[in-house]
Design a protein around this ligand. Structure first.
Ligand SMILES: NC(=O)c1ccc[n+]([C@@H]2O[C@H](COP(=O)([O-])OP(=O)(O)OC[C@H]3O[C@@H](n4cnc5c(N)ncnc54)[C@H](OP(=O)(O)O)[C@@H]3O)[C@@H](O)[C@H]2O)c1
Length: 243
């Protein structure tokens, strides 16, 4: 089985990559930092991955996205799973959020997933045809901020809401033929990305990466007859509806 995973060098993408490695999958992983990618490659091989290719890429660069797509098509004619974990998000109010940060957020969190889904669809369709009992799966890391509005997260939330909608649109067009998508929309997950908020939100109250990995593992085992377009993961407690 073949999976392409963006943002695989750390955090949620890394957790998913480690699970797939332990199941003996062939992996194509991406991130910006070469050293982190190489470290991840070695670790994934030692966990049992059949093969690990790396493509360093900035998600906001069309050239880099094309490099991922070229590597994927040269690597395998089928893609069983496309995991879109690379994402950016910074806090800031609508009143003051700078345009360049808004543009970067939408480029990385919406445009890159769109381009990667579009470019890998032939390989996803081929995998779905080869394994009709499972189909091919697209899993995209959105956020609870894309579901519930929260002060200071409007730009990030808008980008993640667009990503959730993109996945729903993919399902409307492709799921009857076996290619289906799921957006995962968690509150704060205990990774480097949420480290800035640990002073106000205790680390031990954040969602563990392992819980997201459990969901991904189940999605990758499920039949294509069930479509879970968006899964919202709340943190426990009275403020769980917030990020
Ligand atoms: N952590 C949370 O609280 C939380 C909550 C809800 C949703 N999410 C979403 O979950 C996803 C993964 O988050 P995480 O917590 O795992 O983050 P993380 O620990 O910061 O890891 C991010 C990964 O993406 C790569 N990456 C970051 N920016 C990139 C860019 N511009 N181009 C290419 N690769 C990039 C990073 O590698 P390099 O730095 O080497 O590029 C790294 O591998 C994101 O989409 C995020 O929005 C996170």
């Amino acid at each position: 089985m073949h999976a392409l995973i963006t943002g695989a060098s750390r955090g949620i993408g890394r957790g998913i990559a480690e699970h797939l490695a332990s199941q003996g999958w062939h992996l194509l992983i991406s991130g910006r930092n070469l050293e982190s990618l190489e470290e991840a490659r070695q670790a994934l091989l030692s966990l049992g991955a059949a093969q690990v290719l790396t493509v360093p890429a900035e998600m906001a660069s069309d050239q880099d996205l094309q490099a991922i797509l070229d590597a994927q098509s040269a690597w395998s004619s089928r893609l069983d799973a496309l995991i879109l974990s690379a994402g950016v998000g910074t806090a800031g109010t609508v009143a003051e959020y700078p345009s360049h940060r808004y543009d970067k957020t939408f480029a990385v969190d919406v445009r890159a997933p769109f381009k990667l889904i579009q470019g890998t669809l032939p390989a996803l369709r081929a995998a779905a045809a080869a394994r009709p009992e499972i189909g091919a799966k697209v899993i995209a890391l959105a956020s609870i901020a894309g579901v519930h509005a929260e002060p200071g997260l409007a730009a990030y939330g808008a980008a993640k809401a667009a990503l959730i909608s993109l996945i729903a649109g993919l399902n409307a067009e492709e799921s009857a033929s076996g290619v289906s998508g799921t957006a995962l929309s968690p509150g704060y997950v205990d990774t480097e990305m949420s480290a800035w908020t640990r002073q106000t939100i205790p680390q031990q109250s954040m969602i563990p990466v392992s819980d997201l990995v459990e969901i991904v593992a189940a999605l990758l085992r499920m039949s294509p007859r069930t479509v879970l377009s968006n899964i919202v993961l709340n943190r426990a407690g009275e403020h769980g509806g917030r990020a």
